[in-house]
Design a binder for this molecule. Structure first.
Ligand code: ACM
Length: 455
Protein backbone atom coordinates (compact mmCIF):
# COMPACT_ATOMS: atom_id res chain seq x y z
CA UNK A 1 0.00 0.00 0.00
CA UNK A 2 1.14 3.50 -0.79
CA UNK A 3 0.83 6.25 1.80
CA UNK A 4 -2.35 8.30 1.75
CA UNK A 5 -5.95 7.24 1.75
CA UNK A 6 -8.40 6.57 -1.05
CA UNK A 7 -11.73 8.30 -1.31
CA UNK A 8 -13.91 5.41 -0.20
CA UNK A 9 -17.16 7.13 -1.10
CA UNK A 10 -16.87 6.70 -4.87
CA UNK A 11 -16.47 3.16 -6.12
CA UNK A 12 -16.38 2.61 -9.85
CA UNK A 13 -17.23 -1.09 -10.15
CA UNK A 14 -17.12 -2.95 -13.46
CA UNK A 15 -16.70 -6.38 -14.95
CA UNK A 16 -13.38 -7.06 -16.64
CA UNK A 17 -12.79 -10.21 -18.73
CA UNK A 18 -9.04 -9.96 -18.06
CA UNK A 19 -9.58 -10.55 -14.34
CA UNK A 20 -9.79 -14.26 -13.32
CA UNK A 21 -13.21 -15.74 -12.66
CA UNK A 22 -14.31 -14.85 -9.11
CA UNK A 23 -11.21 -12.61 -8.84
CA UNK A 24 -11.03 -8.86 -8.50
CA UNK A 25 -8.63 -5.93 -8.72
CA UNK A 26 -9.04 -2.94 -6.45
CA UNK A 27 -7.27 0.31 -7.34
CA UNK A 28 -7.43 2.70 -4.44
CA UNK A 29 -6.44 6.30 -5.12
CA UNK A 30 -7.23 9.69 -3.55
CA UNK A 31 -9.60 10.37 -6.48
CA UNK A 32 -11.62 7.25 -5.80
CA UNK A 33 -11.73 3.48 -5.92
CA UNK A 34 -11.89 1.38 -9.07
CA UNK A 35 -13.07 -2.19 -8.59
CA UNK A 36 -12.77 -4.64 -11.48
CA UNK A 37 -14.26 -8.11 -11.15
CA UNK A 38 -13.92 -11.18 -13.35
CA UNK A 39 -17.59 -11.85 -12.61
CA UNK A 40 -20.35 -10.61 -10.33
CA UNK A 41 -18.87 -12.91 -7.68
CA UNK A 42 -15.50 -11.19 -8.14
CA UNK A 43 -17.14 -7.81 -7.56
CA UNK A 44 -18.86 -9.24 -4.44
CA UNK A 45 -15.52 -10.41 -3.01
CA UNK A 46 -13.86 -7.14 -3.97
CA UNK A 47 -16.51 -5.18 -2.07
CA UNK A 48 -15.95 -7.45 0.96
CA UNK A 49 -12.25 -6.67 0.87
CA UNK A 50 -12.93 -2.96 0.50
CA UNK A 51 -15.19 -3.02 3.55
CA UNK A 52 -12.44 -4.75 5.55
CA UNK A 53 -9.82 -2.17 4.56
CA UNK A 54 -11.61 0.40 6.72
CA UNK A 55 -12.82 3.87 5.89
CA UNK A 56 -11.16 5.64 4.25
CA UNK A 57 -9.07 2.76 2.82
CA UNK A 58 -5.32 3.16 2.25
CA UNK A 59 -4.11 3.82 -1.31
CA UNK A 60 -2.70 1.05 -3.44
CA UNK A 61 -3.70 -1.98 -5.47
CA UNK A 62 -5.17 -5.31 -4.33
CA UNK A 63 -5.22 -8.19 -6.82
CA UNK A 64 -6.93 -11.31 -5.58
CA UNK A 65 -8.52 -14.51 -6.88
CA UNK A 66 -9.41 -17.87 -5.36
CA UNK A 67 -7.37 -21.02 -5.87
CA UNK A 68 -10.34 -23.40 -6.06
CA UNK A 69 -13.71 -23.15 -7.77
CA UNK A 70 -15.34 -25.35 -5.10
CA UNK A 71 -15.01 -23.83 -1.66
CA UNK A 72 -17.58 -25.79 0.18
CA UNK A 73 -19.33 -26.78 3.34
CA UNK A 74 -21.76 -29.62 3.82
CA UNK A 75 -24.50 -29.07 6.37
CA UNK A 76 -26.49 -32.10 7.57
CA UNK A 77 -30.03 -30.85 8.15
CA UNK A 78 -31.33 -34.42 8.42
CA UNK A 79 -29.93 -35.49 11.80
CA UNK A 80 -31.03 -32.19 13.28
CA UNK A 81 -33.43 -30.02 11.34
CA UNK A 82 -32.25 -26.42 10.93
CA UNK A 83 -35.13 -23.97 10.31
CA UNK A 84 -34.90 -21.67 7.28
CA UNK A 85 -33.65 -18.59 9.20
CA UNK A 86 -30.78 -20.70 10.55
CA UNK A 87 -29.84 -21.86 7.07
CA UNK A 88 -29.93 -18.26 5.81
CA UNK A 89 -27.69 -17.12 8.64
CA UNK A 90 -25.31 -19.97 7.93
CA UNK A 91 -25.24 -18.86 4.28
CA UNK A 92 -24.34 -15.33 5.41
CA UNK A 93 -21.50 -16.71 7.49
CA UNK A 94 -20.05 -18.91 4.78
CA UNK A 95 -20.30 -16.15 2.14
CA UNK A 96 -18.52 -13.88 4.63
CA UNK A 97 -15.65 -16.40 4.39
CA UNK A 98 -15.79 -16.51 0.57
CA UNK A 99 -17.03 -20.05 0.54
CA UNK A 100 -19.26 -20.66 -2.45
CA UNK A 101 -20.87 -24.11 -2.15
CA UNK A 102 -23.42 -25.21 0.44
CA UNK A 103 -23.94 -28.95 0.08
CA UNK A 104 -27.21 -29.69 1.91
CA UNK A 105 -27.61 -33.25 3.17
CA UNK A 106 -31.41 -33.28 3.07
CA UNK A 107 -32.37 -36.83 4.03
CA UNK A 108 -31.13 -39.64 6.20
CA UNK A 109 -32.30 -42.55 8.33
CA UNK A 110 -33.22 -40.10 11.09
CA UNK A 111 -35.32 -37.65 9.05
CA UNK A 112 -36.57 -36.66 5.59
CA UNK A 113 -36.53 -32.88 5.19
CA UNK A 114 -38.11 -31.95 1.83
CA UNK A 115 -41.57 -31.96 0.35
CA UNK A 116 -41.82 -34.06 -2.81
CA UNK A 117 -45.00 -33.64 -4.89
CA UNK A 118 -47.16 -36.78 -4.78
CA UNK A 119 -45.36 -38.28 -1.77
CA UNK A 120 -46.96 -36.55 1.26
CA UNK A 121 -45.99 -39.17 3.83
CA UNK A 122 -42.28 -38.34 3.29
CA UNK A 123 -42.94 -35.22 5.35
CA UNK A 124 -46.01 -36.16 7.42
CA UNK A 125 -44.24 -39.31 8.66
CA UNK A 126 -40.62 -39.25 7.48
CA UNK A 127 -39.78 -35.78 8.84
CA UNK A 128 -40.43 -36.73 12.48
CA UNK A 129 -38.85 -39.02 15.01
CA UNK A 130 -40.10 -39.83 18.48
CA UNK A 131 -36.80 -39.43 20.30
CA UNK A 132 -33.15 -38.57 19.69
CA UNK A 133 -30.05 -40.34 20.82
CA UNK A 134 -27.95 -38.28 23.23
CA UNK A 135 -24.26 -38.50 22.53
CA UNK A 136 -22.34 -41.38 21.07
CA UNK A 137 -24.07 -44.67 20.28
CA UNK A 138 -21.88 -46.48 22.79
CA UNK A 139 -23.83 -44.90 25.67
CA UNK A 140 -27.32 -45.87 24.47
CA UNK A 141 -28.94 -42.71 25.86
CA UNK A 142 -32.07 -41.03 24.44
CA UNK A 143 -33.90 -37.78 25.16
CA UNK A 144 -37.48 -39.07 24.58
CA UNK A 145 -38.34 -35.75 22.88
CA UNK A 146 -39.98 -35.69 19.45
CA UNK A 147 -37.89 -33.87 16.85
CA UNK A 148 -38.31 -32.96 13.22
CA UNK A 149 -39.25 -30.49 10.53
CA UNK A 150 -39.00 -30.09 6.79
CA UNK A 151 -38.57 -27.51 4.05
CA UNK A 152 -41.48 -26.69 1.79
CA UNK A 153 -40.68 -26.13 -1.86
CA UNK A 154 -41.05 -22.38 -1.25
CA UNK A 155 -38.57 -22.66 1.63
CA UNK A 156 -36.06 -24.37 -0.65
CA UNK A 157 -36.52 -21.73 -3.33
CA UNK A 158 -35.92 -19.03 -0.72
CA UNK A 159 -32.70 -20.75 0.39
CA UNK A 160 -31.50 -21.10 -3.23
CA UNK A 161 -32.25 -17.45 -4.00
CA UNK A 162 -30.66 -16.13 -0.81
CA UNK A 163 -27.57 -18.21 -1.54
CA UNK A 164 -27.36 -17.00 -5.15
CA UNK A 165 -27.43 -13.38 -3.97
CA UNK A 166 -24.30 -14.26 -2.00
CA UNK A 167 -22.71 -16.21 -4.88
CA UNK A 168 -23.21 -19.53 -3.13
CA UNK A 169 -24.44 -22.57 -5.06
CA UNK A 170 -26.64 -24.91 -3.07
CA UNK A 171 -25.91 -28.52 -4.03
CA UNK A 172 -28.76 -30.73 -2.76
CA UNK A 173 -28.27 -34.33 -1.69
CA UNK A 174 -30.89 -37.00 -1.14
CA UNK A 175 -28.97 -39.99 0.15
CA UNK A 176 -29.82 -43.24 -1.68
CA UNK A 177 -30.06 -46.25 -1.78
CA UNK A 178 -28.91 -46.50 1.86
CA UNK A 179 -29.57 -44.01 4.67
CA UNK A 180 -33.23 -44.28 3.62
CA UNK A 181 -34.99 -45.52 6.74
CA UNK A 182 -37.06 -42.33 7.12
CA UNK A 183 -38.47 -42.70 3.59
CA UNK A 184 -39.13 -46.41 4.15
CA UNK A 185 -40.90 -45.60 7.44
CA UNK A 186 -43.18 -43.34 5.36
CA UNK A 187 -43.63 -45.82 2.48
CA UNK A 188 -42.73 -49.38 3.51
CA UNK A 189 -43.14 -50.49 -0.11
CA UNK A 190 -39.82 -48.77 -0.85
CA UNK A 191 -38.05 -51.16 1.51
CA UNK A 192 -37.48 -54.86 1.93
CA UNK A 193 -40.08 -55.74 4.56
CA UNK A 194 -39.19 -53.16 7.20
CA UNK A 195 -42.31 -51.62 8.72
CA UNK A 196 -40.98 -49.48 11.53
CA UNK A 197 -40.42 -45.86 12.53
CA UNK A 198 -37.94 -43.16 11.56
CA UNK A 199 -34.66 -44.11 13.21
CA UNK A 200 -34.00 -42.50 16.60
CA UNK A 201 -30.44 -43.72 17.16
CA UNK A 202 -27.27 -42.76 15.29
CA UNK A 203 -25.32 -45.17 13.10
CA UNK A 204 -26.29 -46.75 9.80
CA UNK A 205 -29.62 -48.46 9.24
CA UNK A 206 -29.60 -51.80 7.45
CA UNK A 207 -33.07 -50.92 6.09
CA UNK A 208 -32.28 -49.74 2.57
CA UNK A 209 -34.29 -49.27 -0.62
CA UNK A 210 -35.35 -52.25 -2.65
CA UNK A 211 -34.31 -51.83 -6.27
CA UNK A 212 -37.65 -52.60 -7.93
CA UNK A 213 -38.68 -50.62 -11.02
CA UNK A 214 -41.26 -48.77 -8.88
CA UNK A 215 -38.65 -47.77 -6.33
CA UNK A 216 -36.24 -46.61 -9.03
CA UNK A 217 -39.10 -44.48 -10.38
CA UNK A 218 -39.57 -43.00 -6.92
CA UNK A 219 -35.88 -42.08 -6.88
CA UNK A 220 -36.19 -40.49 -10.32
CA UNK A 221 -39.20 -38.43 -9.16
CA UNK A 222 -37.20 -37.20 -6.17
CA UNK A 223 -34.28 -36.25 -8.42
CA UNK A 224 -36.69 -34.51 -10.82
CA UNK A 225 -37.95 -32.44 -7.93
CA UNK A 226 -34.40 -31.52 -6.92
CA UNK A 227 -33.71 -30.51 -10.54
CA UNK A 228 -36.86 -28.35 -10.54
CA UNK A 229 -35.86 -26.51 -7.39
CA UNK A 230 -32.06 -26.38 -7.44
CA UNK A 231 -30.24 -24.86 -10.44
CA UNK A 232 -26.97 -26.59 -9.42
CA UNK A 233 -25.38 -28.62 -12.23
CA UNK A 234 -24.53 -31.25 -9.63
CA UNK A 235 -27.26 -33.17 -7.86
CA UNK A 236 -26.26 -35.37 -4.92
CA UNK A 237 -27.44 -38.96 -4.58
CA UNK A 238 -25.28 -39.76 -1.56
CA UNK A 239 -24.44 -43.41 -2.09
CA UNK A 240 -22.41 -43.80 1.09
CA UNK A 241 -22.56 -46.59 3.64
CA UNK A 242 -25.22 -48.77 2.03
CA UNK A 243 -25.43 -52.15 3.78
CA UNK A 244 -26.37 -54.97 1.43
CA UNK A 245 -27.87 -57.30 4.09
CA UNK A 246 -31.38 -56.93 2.64
CA UNK A 247 -30.40 -57.43 -1.01
CA UNK A 248 -30.25 -60.78 -2.77
CA UNK A 249 -27.29 -59.63 -4.86
CA UNK A 250 -24.28 -57.71 -3.67
CA UNK A 251 -22.43 -54.47 -4.09
CA UNK A 252 -22.70 -54.53 -7.90
CA UNK A 253 -26.42 -53.76 -7.51
CA UNK A 254 -25.46 -50.39 -6.13
CA UNK A 255 -23.17 -49.58 -9.08
CA UNK A 256 -26.07 -50.38 -11.39
CA UNK A 257 -28.41 -48.19 -9.33
CA UNK A 258 -25.93 -45.29 -9.42
CA UNK A 259 -25.53 -45.66 -13.20
CA UNK A 260 -29.30 -45.43 -13.69
CA UNK A 261 -29.56 -42.33 -11.54
CA UNK A 262 -26.66 -40.73 -13.43
CA UNK A 263 -28.41 -41.49 -16.70
CA UNK A 264 -31.61 -39.88 -15.45
CA UNK A 265 -29.78 -36.78 -14.29
CA UNK A 266 -27.93 -36.55 -17.60
CA UNK A 267 -31.35 -36.50 -19.31
CA UNK A 268 -32.11 -33.40 -17.25
CA UNK A 269 -28.78 -31.80 -18.14
CA UNK A 270 -27.29 -32.44 -14.71
CA UNK A 271 -24.45 -34.50 -13.27
CA UNK A 272 -24.38 -36.94 -10.41
CA UNK A 273 -22.53 -36.02 -7.23
CA UNK A 274 -21.89 -38.83 -4.75
CA UNK A 275 -19.73 -39.94 -1.84
CA UNK A 276 -16.66 -41.99 -2.75
CA UNK A 277 -18.47 -45.31 -2.34
CA UNK A 278 -19.79 -44.68 -5.86
CA UNK A 279 -16.29 -45.50 -7.13
CA UNK A 280 -16.87 -49.18 -6.29
CA UNK A 281 -17.59 -51.00 -9.51
CA UNK A 282 -16.82 -47.83 -11.48
CA UNK A 283 -18.58 -44.50 -11.04
CA UNK A 284 -20.59 -43.18 -14.03
CA UNK A 285 -18.76 -40.97 -16.52
CA UNK A 286 -18.95 -37.34 -15.52
CA UNK A 287 -19.86 -38.09 -11.91
CA UNK A 288 -18.19 -35.87 -9.33
CA UNK A 289 -16.92 -37.67 -6.24
CA UNK A 290 -16.91 -36.33 -2.68
CA UNK A 291 -13.89 -38.16 -1.26
CA UNK A 292 -14.44 -38.59 2.46
CA UNK A 293 -13.05 -41.92 3.70
CA UNK A 294 -9.65 -40.55 4.66
CA UNK A 295 -7.20 -39.28 2.06
CA UNK A 296 -7.00 -42.36 -0.20
CA UNK A 297 -10.30 -42.11 -2.12
CA UNK A 298 -9.40 -38.73 -3.63
CA UNK A 299 -6.38 -40.39 -5.24
CA UNK A 300 -8.55 -43.29 -6.40
CA UNK A 301 -11.08 -40.89 -7.96
CA UNK A 302 -8.29 -39.04 -9.77
CA UNK A 303 -6.80 -42.28 -11.07
CA UNK A 304 -10.24 -43.21 -12.40
CA UNK A 305 -10.46 -39.81 -14.16
CA UNK A 306 -13.21 -38.30 -12.02
CA UNK A 307 -13.41 -34.77 -10.80
CA UNK A 308 -13.26 -34.76 -7.04
CA UNK A 309 -14.18 -32.64 -4.05
CA UNK A 310 -11.82 -33.45 -1.20
CA UNK A 311 -13.38 -33.75 2.25
CA UNK A 312 -11.39 -36.42 4.13
CA UNK A 313 -12.96 -37.08 7.50
CA UNK A 314 -9.74 -37.02 9.51
CA UNK A 315 -8.87 -33.60 8.04
CA UNK A 316 -12.19 -31.81 7.50
CA UNK A 317 -15.07 -33.31 9.51
CA UNK A 318 -16.08 -30.50 11.79
CA UNK A 319 -18.14 -32.75 14.04
CA UNK A 320 -14.81 -34.21 15.17
CA UNK A 321 -13.52 -32.76 18.44
CA UNK A 322 -11.47 -29.55 18.43
CA UNK A 323 -9.27 -30.40 21.42
CA UNK A 324 -8.74 -32.97 24.13
CA UNK A 325 -10.29 -30.62 26.69
CA UNK A 326 -12.95 -32.59 28.63
CA UNK A 327 -15.20 -29.54 28.29
CA UNK A 328 -15.63 -30.00 24.52
CA UNK A 329 -19.25 -30.77 23.68
CA UNK A 330 -19.79 -34.46 22.76
CA UNK A 331 -16.20 -35.22 21.73
CA UNK A 332 -16.29 -37.73 18.88
CA UNK A 333 -14.01 -38.72 16.03
CA UNK A 334 -10.32 -38.01 15.92
CA UNK A 335 -8.67 -34.83 17.17
CA UNK A 336 -9.04 -32.09 14.54
CA UNK A 337 -7.56 -28.79 15.63
CA UNK A 338 -7.68 -25.40 13.96
CA UNK A 339 -4.05 -25.90 12.92
CA UNK A 340 -4.88 -29.31 11.39
CA UNK A 341 -7.58 -27.77 9.18
CA UNK A 342 -5.27 -24.94 8.17
CA UNK A 343 -2.57 -27.46 7.20
CA UNK A 344 -4.81 -29.58 4.94
CA UNK A 345 -3.66 -29.78 1.32
CA UNK A 346 -5.59 -31.74 -1.31
CA UNK A 347 -3.77 -33.72 -4.02
CA UNK A 348 -2.24 -31.53 -6.71
CA UNK A 349 -4.37 -32.43 -9.74
CA UNK A 350 -6.51 -30.50 -12.20
CA UNK A 351 -9.27 -32.98 -11.37
CA UNK A 352 -9.52 -31.53 -7.85
CA UNK A 353 -12.45 -29.11 -8.07
CA UNK A 354 -11.86 -28.02 -4.54
CA UNK A 355 -12.32 -28.80 -0.90
CA UNK A 356 -15.19 -28.86 1.55
CA UNK A 357 -15.69 -29.28 5.27
CA UNK A 358 -18.52 -31.53 6.41
CA UNK A 359 -20.76 -30.73 9.34
CA UNK A 360 -22.65 -33.83 10.47
CA UNK A 361 -25.14 -32.78 13.10
CA UNK A 362 -25.83 -35.85 15.21
CA UNK A 363 -24.35 -33.95 18.14
CA UNK A 364 -25.38 -30.43 17.10
CA UNK A 365 -28.95 -29.79 18.14
CA UNK A 366 -28.95 -26.09 17.21
CA UNK A 367 -27.28 -23.57 14.93
CA UNK A 368 -25.53 -22.21 18.01
CA UNK A 369 -23.82 -25.58 18.41
CA UNK A 370 -23.05 -25.70 14.67
CA UNK A 371 -21.34 -22.32 15.00
CA UNK A 372 -19.25 -23.59 17.90
CA UNK A 373 -18.04 -26.56 15.88
CA UNK A 374 -17.64 -24.62 12.61
CA UNK A 375 -15.76 -21.54 13.77
CA UNK A 376 -12.96 -20.71 13.73
CA UNK A 377 -12.11 -23.93 11.84
CA UNK A 378 -14.06 -22.67 8.79
CA UNK A 379 -11.89 -19.54 8.88
CA UNK A 380 -8.90 -21.85 8.40
CA UNK A 381 -10.68 -23.72 5.60
CA UNK A 382 -11.35 -20.37 3.91
CA UNK A 383 -7.58 -19.85 3.73
CA UNK A 384 -6.99 -23.37 2.37
CA UNK A 385 -9.41 -22.92 -0.52
CA UNK A 386 -8.77 -19.30 -1.39
CA UNK A 387 -5.10 -18.71 -0.76
CA UNK A 388 -1.95 -20.32 -2.12
CA UNK A 389 -0.75 -23.83 -1.27
CA UNK A 390 2.10 -22.65 0.96
CA UNK A 391 0.46 -21.25 4.08
CA UNK A 392 1.92 -20.13 7.36
CA UNK A 393 -0.14 -20.97 10.44
CA UNK A 394 1.68 -18.34 12.52
CA UNK A 395 0.63 -15.66 10.04
CA UNK A 396 -2.99 -16.91 10.13
CA UNK A 397 -2.95 -17.11 13.92
CA UNK A 398 -1.69 -13.52 14.12
CA UNK A 399 -4.55 -12.28 11.92
CA UNK A 400 -7.24 -14.42 13.53
CA UNK A 401 -7.99 -12.34 16.66
CA UNK A 402 -8.86 -9.35 14.45
CA UNK A 403 -11.18 -11.57 12.43
CA UNK A 404 -12.78 -12.99 15.57
CA UNK A 405 -13.75 -9.42 16.45
CA UNK A 406 -15.78 -9.39 13.24
CA UNK A 407 -17.39 -12.68 14.24
CA UNK A 408 -18.13 -11.18 17.67
CA UNK A 409 -19.88 -8.30 15.93
CA UNK A 410 -21.98 -10.84 14.03
CA UNK A 411 -22.78 -12.70 17.25
CA UNK A 412 -21.14 -15.92 16.09
CA UNK A 413 -20.83 -18.57 18.80
CA UNK A 414 -17.31 -19.56 17.76
CA UNK A 415 -15.06 -21.70 19.96
CA UNK A 416 -12.78 -19.37 21.92
CA UNK A 417 -9.08 -19.86 21.11
CA UNK A 418 -8.51 -20.44 24.82
CA UNK A 419 -10.86 -23.42 24.88
CA UNK A 420 -14.49 -24.19 25.62
CA UNK A 421 -16.47 -22.03 28.02
CA UNK A 422 -18.05 -23.89 30.95
CA UNK A 423 -21.44 -23.66 29.23
CA UNK A 424 -20.19 -25.31 26.04
CA UNK A 425 -19.94 -28.77 27.60
CA UNK A 426 -22.75 -31.29 27.02
CA UNK A 427 -22.38 -33.79 29.83
CA UNK A 428 -25.85 -35.19 29.07
CA UNK A 429 -24.68 -36.17 25.57
CA UNK A 430 -21.35 -37.88 26.23
CA UNK A 431 -18.90 -38.52 23.40
CA UNK A 432 -16.56 -41.27 22.32
CA UNK A 433 -13.19 -39.90 21.16
CA UNK A 434 -11.13 -41.96 18.70
CA UNK A 435 -7.38 -42.27 18.19
CA UNK A 436 -6.07 -41.24 14.78
CA UNK A 437 -4.06 -44.43 14.24
CA UNK A 438 -7.15 -46.57 14.87
CA UNK A 439 -9.28 -44.52 12.51
CA UNK A 440 -6.62 -44.56 9.76
CA UNK A 441 -6.37 -48.36 10.01
CA UNK A 442 -10.16 -48.62 9.80
CA UNK A 443 -10.30 -46.32 6.76
CA UNK A 444 -7.55 -48.26 5.01
CA UNK A 445 -9.60 -51.41 5.41
CA UNK A 446 -12.87 -49.71 4.36
CA UNK A 447 -11.32 -48.54 1.10
CA UNK A 448 -9.60 -51.82 0.15
CA UNK A 449 -12.03 -52.25 -2.74
CA UNK A 450 -10.87 -48.97 -4.27
CA UNK A 451 -7.27 -50.13 -4.28
CA UNK A 452 -8.39 -53.49 -5.70
CA UNK A 453 -10.18 -51.71 -8.55
CA UNK A 454 -7.03 -49.91 -9.50
CA UNK A 455 -4.70 -52.93 -9.31
C1 ACM B 1 -20.17 -39.97 5.32
O1 ACM B 1 -19.51 -39.47 6.21
N1 ACM B 1 -20.92 -41.04 5.55
C2 ACM B 1 -20.15 -39.44 3.97
Amino acid sequence: MEPGTAAGATVDARLDPDVPPEGYVLDLAPEGVVLRGGSEAGLFYGRQTLARLGSPPPCGRVEDAPRFAWRGVMLDVARHFMPVPDVLRFLDLIAFHRLNVLHLHLTDDQGWRIEVPGWPRLTSVGAWRSSTMLGSRVHGRYDDQPHGGFYTTDDLREIVEYAAERHVTVVPEVDMPGHMQAAIAAYPRLGNGFDGPVRTGWGISTHVLNLSPETLDFCRRVLDHLCDVFPSELIGIGGDECPTDEWPGGRELQADFTARMAEHLAGRGRRLFGWDEILAGGAPDGAVVAAWRGVEPAEAAIRAGHRVVCCPDVKLYLDYRQSDDPGEPTPVGTLLTLEDVHAYEPPDSPLVLGVQANIWTEHMESLRRVEYMAFPRLCALAEVVWGPAGRDFADFAARLPGHLERLDALGVNYRPLTGPRPGDARPGAPGHPRELADRLAELHEMTADLRGDQA
